[in-house]
Design a protein around this ligand. Structure first.
Ligand code: GLN
Length: 267
């Protein structure tokens, strides 16, 4: 049976994701997979997994709301707990809390118990590429060429709460995702109450010092740039803007495992 994986195609780098997903499927010898652009609830309904691309999270959430996709997306991620991967702006949408957001400026989907710091490294002109160690790609895997463009980082891992992240609602310029409960055995199996840090970006102290920042070794020297909580995966950077399909291949294996569990549980 064909497995359908979608890429949210409202704005941003969705085309590039589709290309790399196809390449990754070939590498994984997955002939019966199809990759579709998702713009409607009906297209989302067909998907076993979903990628939220990089771009502009404010625009994406506004267009999603206008296309009546915001609630179906929350159902997909938080109620059905199907596998989802957000890159950059996509990671922001998957966070339970995001700062530097004006009131009414944007809505979140949620799913990851984290607070993201938007535009952590500054403006577009401060974009950069850095070799990143990604241990989840296997021991001794060559560094990944990670592209950071106005990237968010995970600045805080939040304690898991069943409802919304109440502690976060008090903060200024911070938006919090609405709460939804997982439904059904497959969704329960795909839920985790802890966030796993999959990668951090260490930057030389000298580089930070030239930017005139205070150096706090715990925080500044190890920015969290990849996390996973159950079926929800997020990266600060843009693997779709490289020719390197290793993360896409890894993630498709996660989707395959989730599909197997769902089939076994018969839902
Ligand atoms: N800074 C952007 C936002 O807030 C994300 C940038 C990106 O996806 N490259 O949505």
């Amino acid at each position: 049976m064909t497995v359908t994986v979608g890429v949210l195609a409202l704005q941003g780098a969705f085309f590039e994701h589709i290309q790399l997903l196809k390449k990754a499927a070939e590498q994984n010898f997955l002939p019966d997979w199809e990759f579709i652009e998702v713009r409607t609830p009906q297209e989302l309904e067909r998907c076993a997994g979903l990628v939220l691309p990089g771009g502009e999270s404010t625009t994406m959430s506004l267009v999603a709301a206008r296309s009546n996709l915001l609630e179906p997306l929350r159902d997909f991620v938080k109620v059905h707990r199907k596998p989802v991967w957000g890159t950059c702006a996509g990671l922001i949408l998957l966070a339970e809390s995001a700062n530097k957001t004006k009131k009414g400026g944007q809505e979140l989907i949620g799913g990851l118990d984290v607070r993201v710091n938007r535009n952590h490294f500054g403006r577009q002109t401060e974009s950069f590429q850095a070799p990143l160690d990604l241990p989840f790609l296997g021991e001794g895997a060559p560094a990944f060429p990670a592209v950071f463009i106005r990237a968010p980082i995970v600045e805080r891992i939040l304690p898991h709460q069943k409802g919304i992240q109440t502690g976060e609602t008090e903060l200024e310029e911070t938006v919090v995702a609405p709460s939804r409960q997982a439904k059904g055995a497959a969704a329960e199996a795909a839920t985790a109450d802890h966030v796993e840090v999959l990668a951090t970006l260490s930057r030389p102290a000298s580089q930070i010092a030239t930017q005139g920042r205070d150096i706090s070794p715990d925080k500044e020297l190890g920015d969290i740039v990849a996390v996973q909580q159950g079926n929800v995966f997020g990266t600060s950077f843009h693997p779709e803007l490289t020719g390197d399909a290793r993360i896409h291949a890894w993630w498709l294996r996660q989707v395959q495992a989730a599909v197997n569990i769902r089939n076994k549980l018969g839902q």
